[in-house]
Design a protein around this ligand. Structure first.
Ligand code: PMP
Length: 326
């Protein structure tokens, strides 16, 4: 394969070993003579894959028995809707830390009373708001732990007096998380876990509601999918299979503790370079800098374009960044 370094925010680069280990299943899944693209999701062989993937996922994040893991079709954007459909009854608050956090809020506002408890929109989302108090009368408090476009990250598990729901699309599996602090964690698979098309959901079992209003469609109820072990309808077996290979890779390479260390070391090199540079400037307040996404500028838009073009020619793909930041 060509020596290209991929800097897409998502879909992201998957470990080459995980890709190599997935390829055989495209031709011959578990010696069934059938491609994983055609395997029945009700077959014994597929059931074994699901069991292993779930077990490895739980092991990696040290997920307590109180929480269930679910694969769901659609990306994190669909989860914005699921969250509000399943948890919003009276009032919910959101931390408005970027485009995705804002979209999550807007979806909830379409269904009920949801508001931004704090926002960093005033400075183009270049920091994580502080000093807010989480009211105790909320159905839930929603955060986006890594703001993909803006490059800010909430690196500590927030203590919340109400159920805490986190979109971890772009930093899940990059570091250990204390899952017990969260009512729910979700993310689109395509950032740190596998191919696009699936969302991963970790949800506290006792919060999976049965008594939802009738207007909530069967498909948009977490209960439907939890009860069916993520096989209520035909899943994207290929995406789940690849997620499984990424989980195996992460476990074989020291788990999330080792990943966190590696990510910190890599980020220190890059931020150190940016801070010493007389040419580049890092966009984000130091204490809130993401280990996943690093927006930086040169002195002018023209030079930014030049940097992106010459980086591409040197094999650094897609350093251009999102149009709202750079
Ligand atoms: N949340 C975050 C933090 C994201 O980065 C993204 C995708 N860039 C989304 C949600 C939306 O994800 P999807 O494309 O899977 O709907």
């Amino acid at each position: 394969m060509a020596n290209v370094h991929v800097f897409n925010a998502g879909p992201c680069l998957l470990p080459q070993q995980a890709i190599d280990n997935s390829i055989e299943a495209l031709k011959n899944f578990k010696n069934t003579g059938i491609s994983v693209l055609s395997v029945s999701h009700r077959s014994k062989e597929w059931g074994e894959v699901m069991d292993e993937v779930r077990a490895n996922w739980k092991e990696l994040l040290h997920i307590p028995d109180t929480h269930e893991v679910i694969f769901l079709g659609g990306g994190a954007s669909l989860q914005f809707l699921y969250v509000a459909m399943n948890f919003l009854e009276n009032k919910a608050a959101y931390l408005d830390t970027g485009v995705w956090a804002h979209k999550a809020l807007q979806q909830a506002q379409g269904l009920g009373n949801a508001y931004a408890l704090a926002s960093s929109a005033d400075k183009n989302y270049s920091y994580i708001p502080e000093g807010y108090e989480i009211p105790t009368d909320l159905d839930y408090f929603h955060i986006t732990t890594n703001n993909t476009i803006y490059g800010t990250e909430i690196k500590e598990d927030i203590i919340s007096p109400v159920p805490l729901i986190a979109d971890m699309s772009s930093d899940i599996m990059s570091r250990p998380v204390d899952v017990s602090k969260y009512a729910m964690i979700y993310g689109g698979a395509q950032k740190n876990v596998g191919p696009a098309g699936m969302s991963i959901v970790i949800i506290r079992e006792d919060l999976i509601r049965e008594d939802l209003p009738e207007f909530v469609p069967t498909y948009l109820r977490y209960k439907t999918h939890a009860d069916a072990d993520s096989l209520y309808n035909t899943p994207n077996c290929w995406s789940i299979y690849c997620c499984g290979k990424v989980f195996q890779y992460l476990l074989a390479n020291g788990g999330l503790e080792a990943m966190a260390q590696r990510n910190e070391e890599k980020a220190a090199v890059l931020y150190g370079f940016l801070d010493r540079s007389q040419f580049f400037t890092a966009a984000v307040r130091k204490e809130d800098r993401s280990l996943m996404n690093v927006p930086f500028f040169s002195p002018s838009k023209e030079q930014d374009a030049e940097v992106a073009a010459s980086a591409k020619a040197a094999g650094f793909d897609n350093l251009k960044g999102h149009k709202s930041v750079g």
